[in-house]
Design a protein around this ligand. Structure first.
Ligand code: OXD
Ligand code: MN
Length: 593
């Protein structure tokens, strides 16, 4: 009944046995990563109705899955960082004493896999042969999770071999996931940083159960990076190829819902394409950064796939994302078009299907006024299918980063782009990142939400220590990247966006990359260096020089208000707030006086 283990690794086997003794599955299946095994799992999942096969001519290898209606997004209020000491989780994370949390969870996991199979997924974040690689094992009772992990990470025997050959084969991240009853009241997503462990229960939604993603590659990895001298960041990575064929890389952090996947796969405007510029995507969500032997900061994308938001993705906003999910993709909570057995979502095109089921599986058509796809419906697609995937996507050493970019959604305050004066000022710029809420989310519109480095929901330790780690890294990188801030979302008096965004953002990226190489001018301002409006290429762009000047303007009064908000936010971190951040804030206030 219990399949033989795929490894002699004692630590792995002992842990799997211990977890099986608690969850008591009917059987255990080790995932070897072979296509045959995945295929047989797909068949089982189809037979049980967990996934639905889509039109295999139009969408080969594509499937549809629906989660429970109460289980459609990450649950931040049920996500915990259970470090041994409360102060190590900090004021921005939920915390419970690990002894108490383990006791509470053990009761929930106890016998939860009875009548089910436990799948053992050995996985690696980034290619297992890379010096950046970290290994994990996820135990799950969901085939949907296995199939998604097979797209999002590298899995199977290959990973076990690399773990066994690593410096300490007993070191791996222990991820335990059980669907249990998908009971909202008992849903927990818990990271135990000192134990290198993640326990997730009562959810089947991607962000809560694909443990390689936010739980490991950000929460656990940010903690490991702090301990080991590297960084795990909520950043896309892209390369800009200039007409000479040189490729320069940047990494950029934006809060969720600010267009990170779109920017990662940007298509340059015609004038750039005609000159020979290209943009290459290395990653759309997470970057692991280490100091390279040459003294520069190098980045890998730890993931192998995209877990992208479907609504709003179309041939204008992000053709490369759409083209990435034409085959071998799992769609979750989108509309099922019954006429041709394909999928649809709001913002895909203007032709919603007439004969369709909504994300809940109910008969649906757009005339009723309700949304067909869940706003957080997703596609899980192999990154290699992206037409602009970088040739360095799987380079074991990663890519050298010349610029780090922060950004948020601000109607008035932040200019289109500015550059920090140095690394420490850049850390300050990242720490004050914020977005204003939009009508798309529930709650008041225009409320400023601080989300430092876009890591607020993903930092696995005290954010005060996290800021200190950024400063510390600055002292260790001999050739640090330059740090910038962008804002695509300034609005006019009628609330309309002034900057066209999408592919046109290339014009701003060009200035950033040139600045990083000392090839463009800037002017000083109270908040940092700004481009001269003339330095942003307007060729073929329907934005006047005056409008651009407006987009680059800094309203001192608004920034003085902003500084007050920053004081309030910083107060949360108490003694752990690095003095350098206080100093930077004082400098800003002096500049604004
Ligand atoms: C994501 C997020 O799903 O940031 O990537 O929420
Ligand atoms: Mn994200």
């Amino acid at each position: 009944m219990f399949a033989l283990s795929l490894t002699n690794n004692k630590a792995v086997n002992a842990w799997v046995e211990e977890m099986a003794a608690m969850t008591r599955p009917d059987g255990i299946v080790w995932i070897d990563g072979s296509e045959e095994q995945l295929d047989s799992l797909r068949k089982q999942s189809l037979a049980s109705g967990e996934i639905i096969a889509l039109n295999q001519e139009k969408l080969p290898g594509c499937y549809l899955h629906r989660t429970a209606v109460n289980d459609v997004a990450r649950v931040e209020h049920r996500t915990f960082i259970c470090s041994r000491k409360k102060e190590n989780a900090g004021p921005t994370n939920n915390w419970m004493d690990p002894v108490e949390m383990y006791a509470r969870l053990r009761k929930l996991y106890d016998g939860s896999m009875r009548g089910r199979t436990m799948y053992v997924i050995p996985f690696s974040m980034t290619v297992p042969e890379s010096p950046f690689a970290k290994f994990g094992i996820e135990l799950t009772d969901s085939i949907y999770v296995v199939l998604n992990m097979a797209i999002m990470t590298r899995i199977g025997t290959r990973v076990l071999k690399c773990l066994d050959a690593s410096a300490d084969p007993s070191v791996f991240t222990k991820g335990l996931h059980a669907k249990a009853g998908i009971d909202e009241e008992n849903r927990y997503i818990v990271q135990f940083p000192e134990d290198n462990a993640i326990w997730s229960i009562n959810s089947g939604y991607g962000g809560n159960v694909l443990l390689g993603k936010k739980c490991f590659a950000l929460r656990i990895a940010s903690f490991l990076g702090w301990q080991e001298g590297w960084m795990a960041e909520h950043m896309l990575i892209l390369g800009i190829e200039n007409p000479k064929g040189e490729i320069r890389y940047l990494a950029a952090a934006f809060p969720s819902a600010c267009g990170k996947t779109n920017l990662a796969m940007l298509i340059p405007p015609e004038v750039y394409k005609n000159k020979g510029y290209k943009v290459w995507c290395v990653g759309d969500d997470i970057a692991w950064l280490r100091i390279g032997p040459d003294g520069r900061l190098w980045a890998v994308n730890p993931e192998a796939g995209f877990f992208g938001v479907a609504p709003g993705t179309n041939m204008k906003s992000n053709p490369n994302a759409l083209l990435s999910c034409r085959k071998d993709t799992i769609f979750t909570n989108v509309v099922h078009n019954l006429d041709d057995n394909t999928v649809w979502w709001e913002g895909l095109d203007k032709n919603p299907p007439k004969n369709a089921l909504n994300w809940k599986g109910e008969k649906w058509d757009a005339s009723g006024g309700s949304k067909g796809a869940h706003p957080n419906s997703r596609f899980t697609a192999p990154a290699k299918q992206c037409p602009c995937i970088s040739s360095e996507f799987e380079a074991p050493q990663g890519v050298p980063i010349s610029a780090l970019v922060f950004g948020g959604r601000r109607a008035k305050t932040a200019p289109l782009v500015y550059q920090s004066r140095d690394w420490d000022h850049g850390v300050f710029v990242g720490s004050i990142m914020a977005s204003e809420t939009t009508a798309a989310a529930s709650g008041a519109v225009g409320v400023v939400r601080r989300d430092p480095m876009a890591m607020l929901p993903f930092c696995g330790y005290h954010m005060g220590d996290y800021f200190a780690h950024w400063f510390e890294m600055g002292t260790k990188i001999p050739k640090p990247p330059k740090i910038f801030n962008v804002n695509w979302f300034r609005t006019d008096e009628n609330g309309n966006f002034i900057w066209p965004g999408y592919g046109e953002n290339m014009r701003v990226l060009e200035w950033i990359i040139k600045r990083a190489f000392g090839e463009a001018d800037a002017v000083d301002s109270p908040i940092g260096y700004l481009p001269k409006a003339e330095e942003i290429n307007r060729e073929g762009l329907d934005v006047s020089l005056d409008t651009l000047k407006g987009l680059l303007s800094v309203d001192k009064e608004l920034w003085r208000e902003e500084a007050k908000g920053i004081h309030e936010f910083y107060a949360k971190f108490g003694d752990k707030l690095p003095v350098k951040l206080k100093d930077e804030l004082a400098k800003l206030e002096k500049n604004l006086a």
